[in-house]
Design a protein around this ligand. Structure first.
Ligand code: GDP
Length: 520
């Protein structure tokens, strides 16, 4: 098989959702189709006290290991599927965001009883920033949920993306009859625990029991409205991340999951070209290249090793190969490499664009590092910065340890474990993170690796907005709206809350406040 063939069959994506929308349940079903787990029943949800295959996080935390998002990799039909997990709950961190820099598309799950929730918005914005295709699965149709039109409107309004329903539900909850599959031109009948049946549209009138049902008839009418007034389907817009195909179903039944998965795989793009300092790099470039999007310390507490996660972007990876670390120009031999197959890790011998591999990190890699083979010389675009939400002042408990303290902070910040800011005038250190867990991990690692106890003083959740250099005026800021500098010496303000932000904006309309997440 040529490199081109290998690339063409790869689909590398992440599933994003707010906790409890059904990510674990849906992932399990996909693993089932990939024959990775024998039956979904063997993998229980979190609430029953057992862990699902995709939830390594908790398992690893139990063993005293920190942040990860797992990678699941399996062949399905003619595809090679790579699913990157995005941890939620209290494990939500910058890693969750960074994972989205390593995928070619995302699947967004929305709970039909709830609609768009906060974590969905945050993750969605990262995908939107990257302009990658977003596929939507509206879950839990077996329950009494919200009106389908209302849900689509909400996606369009809040997320600012066009929707195109690929299927249209007939009823919901107890009245749930199934969906009109607009793409496959068939009605998919929901039969509870029994397998779904597929009835081609033109044969529907032979099924009197269905077609005479008032719920069915009502759905037919609303579908008519969708056909007449809804958006037109455009694969081009889907691939540009401007339109999201929407599927209705139930992950737990499972209902509509297989049709969704098959359609998704047909439409979702294989690994594409990526920007670098030397222009666009094609995935079928014969030389290997990739970038590190995550580094995980202490994956195995018995040997205090670190694993760097590489997204392969071009060429062919072969175990033991020599590559160059573009940042330093140093040659590295990649002999200890792993691929992640559900919950077990196996040594990987070869990998292609789209694949994720883990390599042993003797403490030299950084997040965003580019690895290249041969005579190439370039670096992939820097990973984007993500705005932290929680901020804390940090100090060393023992001032005598200030040297180790600074060294430790420096390294952990460089590694991307947490973000560091310095307060103007006082020069106090302030740490910022996306999730609470990042502070815990920071504290633990400072103690273990640098033997320093650190103290935190919370300054609460803040809204960061960056300023243009020429617009910085020290006198405008105070404890409430705190002026700080990031590592690149850019100024930003940590606003106390939404109200302070708006108040400031009204008072100083000329000062431009830059939101890193402003994707509209
Ligand atoms: P996650 O937090 O997004 O991974 O969500 P889970 O997959 O753990 O699901 C959260 C809860 O919703 C669990 O109790 C699931 O059994 C339930 N759930 C998931 N999918 C469905 C569905 O299609 N219908 C119903 N009724 N419940 C579901």
């Amino acid at each position: 098989m040529t490199i081109q063939d290998e690339i063409a069959k790869r689909r590398t994506f992440a599933i994003i959702s707010h906790p409890d929308a059904g990510k674990t349940t849906l992932t399990e079903k996909l693993l089932l189709y990939g024959n990775l787990i024998r039956s979904a029943g063997t993998v229980k949800g979190k609430k029953s006290g057992k862990f699902a295959t995709s939830d390594w996080m908790d398992i690893e935390k139990q063993r005293g290991i920190s942040i990860t998002s797992s990678v699941m990799n399996f062949p399905y039909k003619n595809y090679q599927v790579n699913i990157l997990d995005t941890p939620g709950h209290e494990d939500f961190s910058e890693d969750t965001y960074r994972t989205l820099t390593a995928v070619d598309s995302v699947v967004m799950i929305i709970d039909s009883t709830k609609g768009i929730e906060p974590q969905t918005i945050k993750l969605f914005k990262v995908a939107r920033m990257r302009g990658i295709p977003i596929f939507t699965f509206i879950n839990k149709l077996d329950r009494e949920g919200r009106d389908s039109f209302e849900l689509l409107d909400e996606i369009e309004d809040i997320l600012n993306i066009q929707t195109y329903p690929m299927n249209w539900p007939a009823g919901m909850g107890k009245q749930f009859l199934g969906v009109f599959d607009r793409y496959g031109k068939q009605f998919v009948q929901f039969k509870g625990n029994e397998e779904e049946t597929y009835i081609p549209f033109e044969e529907l009138n032979e099924y009197q029991d269905i077609s005479s049902n008032p719920t069915f008839q009502e759905a037919e009418e609303t579908l008519q409205l969708v056909e007449e007034a809804g958006n037109e389907f455009s694969l081009e817009d889907v691939l540009a991340g401007e339109q999201t195909p929407v599927f209705f179903g139930s992950a737990i039944a499972p209902f509509g999951v297989e049709v969704f998965f098959n359609t998704f795989l047909t439409m979702a793009p294989p690994p594409g070209p990526r920007k670098s300092t030397e222009g666009i790099i094609q995935p079928n470039n014969s030389d290997f290249s990739g970038f590190i999007f995550k580094i995980q310390a202490n994956m195995n507490p018995a040997h205090r090793d670190r694993v760097a996660f590489i997204r392969v972007c071009s060429g062919k990876f072969e175990r033991g190969m020599s590559v160059q670390l573009a940042r330093t120009g140093k040659n590295m031999k990649l002999s200890q490499s792993q691929q992640f197959i559900a919950s077990s890790r196996e040594t990987v011998e070869e990998a292609y664009a789209g694949d994720i591999i883990g390599i042993y990190d003797p403490n030299i890699y950084r997040i965003g590092d580019t690895l290249i083979e041969g005579k190439q010389a370039f670096e992939y675009d820097e990973l984007p910065k993500f705005p932290p939400e929680i901020f804390k002042k940090v100090t060393a408990k023992n001032v005598m340890k200030s040297k180790q303290y600074k060294k430790g902070i420096e390294q952990l910040v460089q590694e991307g474990a947490i973000q560091l800011f310095k307060r103007n005038r006082t020069e106090e250190y302030i740490l910022g993170a996306v999730g609470e867990l990042q502070f815990e991990v920071f504290q633990a690692r400072m103690k273990e690796e640098y033997h320093v106890d650190v103290l935190f003083e919370s300054i609460g959740e803040r809204i960061p907005r960056w300023l243009k250099k020429e617009q910085v005026d020290d006198s405008l800021f105070d404890e409430r709206n705190m002026l700080v500098r990031d590592r690149e010496d850019n100024n930003l303000v940590l606003f106390k809350n939404d109200f302070s932000l708006r108040w400031f904006q009204d008072k100083h309309p000329k000062i431009e406040l830059i939101d890193l997440f402003d994707v509209n």
